[in-house]
Design a protein around this ligand. Structure first.
Ligand SMILES: Nc1ncnc2c1ncn2[C@@H]1O[C@H](COP(=O)(O)OP(=O)(O)OP(=O)(O)O)[C@@H](O)[C@H]1O
Ligand SMILES: [Mg+2]
Length: 364
């Protein structure tokens, strides 16, 4: 069963370079969350901070009641056993074949027999589509296969928290969907808390219960998927549609002149790229038929119902629509369909980008 990860006021710099500041979010127990953001915004740094590989200067990361920024190294070692992590580069041992790579955490952290280990390793290789490749060295397989082997290794200890850094990078679109389905199925089977770091718009739209976005050293938003997927916030909207029009540019800072020039080109008929006809909410992926129901679904509905009045009107409407379409998800408790006031003071979603000293991008 997954555990909650509560991050409060987290700030991380390397020397004089501030990566992000004052990041607060909670990964609810057993839910699937995704962290989005343009390249270089510090998503991987955030993920490494959660397992204590990097040390933010300020803030707290409370996991299972322990603040990993304050605890002893022995406590941190114990907390780390809760995690299964897929690093962005796969981080496989180059001199070990795939079988030994995937078996490594079991040999290191458990006293299981080799025959028990074999059962687990082969099962994880099967769900990641790697049967037949177990004798290959990482250098002998494709980038996508390395990625899947990294995921297989992240899963062998049945972790309570699973962090995956760009599970889709190097994968073709079909395998990306298979990996997405695998993550949902794993969540259904072991109720682990999952954080996926990704650039992939399809994955972001269909997999997570919650979505967050990093941009220009801040967490722009974090909240239920319906909030981000219906957001009018320019940076969120641009990212989810993958278009050139908006505050995100090729380099970190995009100035007003560039934005005006791009807008003029589009008005003159130039295609801004992206998929601008995808608006609003597409259905979330579900566990494969025959797998257990995701326990997180009912918990999340109860949680969302409680914060409903704090959510923006678009998100409230989307949630109400999905209640009509998937009544079984909302079967418990009565639900008032009446009007909800959007209370900005009380909101758990950070409604606006708070870019200190940033003139280029101001919430209107
Ligand atoms: N160990 C480190 N020492 C110094 N700077 C680092 C270190 N790790 C990351 N950085 C810097 O932190 C910034 C954020 O890097 P990070 O890898 O987290 O970005 P990202 O959002 O994961 O990008 P991408 O989507 O391309 O993977 C970058 O400017 C990077 O150079
Ligand atoms: Mg990264």
């Amino acid at each position: 069963m997954g555990v909650e990860v509560a991050v409060e006021g987290l700030t991380k710099s390397f020397g004089s370079q501030k990566i992000w500041q004052d990041v607060s979010l909670t990964l609810p127990r057993g839910e699937v969350s995704a962290l989005l953001g343009p390249s270089g915004t510090g998503k991987s740094v955030f993920l490494k901070s959660l397992i204590g590989l990097l040390r933010p200067e300020e803030g707290s990361i409370v996991i299972d009641g322990t603040d990993i920024l304050q605890c002893s190294s022995k406590e941190l070692y114990e907390i780390r056993k809760l995690f299964g992590v897929l690093f962005q580069d796969g981080a496989l041992f180059g001199s070990m074949n795939l079988y030994d790579n995937v078996a490594f955490p079991l040999r290191e952290h458990t006293k299981k027999s080799e025959s028990d280990i074999r059962k687990i390793v082969m099962e994880k290789l099967e769900i990641t589509g790697l049967i037949g490749a177990e004798d290959k060295l990482p250098g002998e397989i494709s980038g996508g296969m390395r990625k899947r082997a990294g995921l297989a290794r992240a899963l062998v200890l049945d972790p309570e928290i699973i962090l995956v850094d760009e599970p889709d990078s190097g994968l073709d679109p079909v395998r990306t969907t298979y990996i997405s389905q695998t993550l949902i199925d794993i969540n259904a089977e072991i109720d682990a808390t999952i954080l996926i770091v990704s650039h992939n718009i399809n994955l972001a739209r269909t997999v997570p219960d919650n979505i967050g976005m990093l941009f220009r050293r801040h967490l722009v938003m974090f909240g239920p998927r319906e909030v981000l997927l219906t957001s009018e916030e320019p940076v969120v909207k641009q990212f989810l549609n993958g278009t050139m029009i908006g505050p995100i540019g090729m380099s970190e800072e995009k100035d007003e002149a560039t934005m005006a020039q791009e807008q003029a080109m589009v008005e003159a008929g130039h295609h801004a790229g992206g998929v601008d006809d995808v608006e609003g909410i597409v259905p979330q992926m579900r566990a494969t038929p025959g797998k257990p129901e995701r326990q997180a679904v009912a918990r999340r509905q109860a949680r969302v119902r409680e914060i409903m009045h704090t959510l923006p009107p678009n998100a409230q409407e989307a949630i109400r629509e999905s209640m009509v379409e998937n009544p079984s998800d909302y079967a418990t408790g009565s639900y008032d369909q009446g009007g909800y006031a959007y209370d900005e003071q009380d909101t758990q979603v950070i409604p606006a980008y708070r870019g200190a000293g940033d003139q280029n991008y101001e919430q209107g």
